[in-house]
Design a protein around this ligand. Sequence first.
Ligand code: HEC
Ligand code: HEC
Ligand code: HEC
Ligand code: HEC
Length: 366
Amino acid sequence: MLTVDAGDLLGWRSDVRRYETLMTAVSRLSYDAVGIGDNDFVDGAQFLGGEIRKHVLPVTSANVRPALPEGDLTVPPFIIVPKGALRIGVIGLATPQSFRFISPRRRSEINIADQARALQQVLAGVRKQSDLIVLLHHADMDASIEIARKFSDIDLIIGSHDQTVHKAPVREGQTLIVHTGRNGAYVGHLTLTLNKGHIDQFENRLIPLTDEIADEPIVKGVIEAYYAALRQPVEQTGLLTLDGPFQGADTCIPCHEKATSQWRETPHARAFQSLIDDNKQDHPECLGCHTTGYGQPGGYRNVQATDHLTSVQCEVCHRVAVTHLQKPQNTAGTVKKVSEGLCVTCHTPVQSPDFHYEEAIERVRH
Ligand code: HEC
Ligand code: HEC
Ligand code: HEC
Ligand code: HEC
């Protein structure tokens, strides 16, 4: 069995602690080859490079390299994996388009070469050393099909990045293409029968990762330790600065009773309860939108340390400088006009597909 990932092990939201845990878990899974995707740079090239080195991950890419201050991280353009009598050549590749949503700062830390040229340079060498050529392609399905048309040498393309779940493989000439969709919801299991070094028959299954699938004990241990660490109380600095720490709605009540009582009737005031109902109150990927100031200095950390900052409270929309609390007439640093731009940082098309600002704002104003 060949075990691979085609890129985007990390997520779209910066969270170094979480990804360190994830990479530790991944390193226990003994992948044969791992490609690089746009999300892998969410916490920068330096972080990614450090994790690849620390865990000695078998990362391959023919056209993407993390650019580090001390010089680019050299990633092999391909890996030859021996499996029984078979030598499998695995090449990593990504379309530059798949990096288009990345921030300019992160983008500047990535060197991406032209796909076709990079592939052209390595293919002959890979063919010489292997019986089967597998491309880990970080791209949309259409882009994978295009590569298969241009490079008929490739036997199998395993893709990621496409947000659509392609249940059936696509056949393009001699090349078979599989993509497994998004958010790690499925594991793709492909069984191949070879004839004269080419794929003759195949059977592809997308296995949904539901609770019915037993946890791998070591990985489970790594993840449980991480959640336990998150639950530890953290020391609060207690120092008030212009940027926080966040105070919580209770501070505002004495002077803003009307606004507070209206806010209490909105779903924002119950946003943390929704996480508790789902038993996801410890999950960092949910906290950014269901708490106040998560990830910011003085913001929500965990229930023990900051239980006054659960749910979407006043300061999410109004900031509030400490000088306002000391001297109420001083409203400098306190935002009065709340913009639509702020709402859609949480009300994204994914989380809130029916969000209409004009209607929604009427339910928020106090
Ligand atoms: C000690 C009383 C007091 C406290 C505590 C207080 N405020 Fe105020 N706040 C005021 C007063 C008084 C005004 C009106 C200032 C003015 O317009 O002259 C005001 C104005 C505001 C405004 C409008 C700003 C503007 O530019 O007109 C916002 C928003 C606001 N407060 C939010 C908050 C929030 C959120 C909290 C809690 C973190 C809070 N305040 C705590 C007394 C207070
Ligand atoms: C920090 C993230 C965040 C921001 C910023 C935010 N919201 Fe929300 N909003 C939420 C969450 C989370 C919920 C769901 C609460 C729940 O029920 O658990 C929600 C729910 C709502 C709902 C109720 C939706 C429904 O159908 O029941 C409305 C209306 C709403 N928000 C309007 C707004 C508006 C308008 C803004 C901007 C002024 C805004 N929100 C800013 C996170 C946010
Ligand atoms: C990008 C911001 C964001 C993230 C991340 C997020 N949510 Fe939400 N969530 C929202 C918003 C906004 C709503 C309100 C949706 C609406 O009705 O328009 C919401 C609504 C909900 C609701 C529905 C409340 C109800 O009963 O109507 C639940 C439950 C929920 N979220 C749980 C979660 C969980 C669990 C996670 C983590 C896996 C999560 N959310 C991550 C923004 C977010
Ligand atoms: C989801 C965003 C959101 C949250 C959360 C929120 N507000 Fe507001 N607040 C608004 C909006 C929108 C307005 C109207 C501003 C405008 O008209 O542009 C407003 C206006 C205000 C004003 C000024 C009212 C006036 O007439 O001058 C005060 C004071 C205020 N909010 C206090 C609070 C307090 C206190 C809380 C928490 C208990 C809170 N807000 C929570 C969005 C929010």
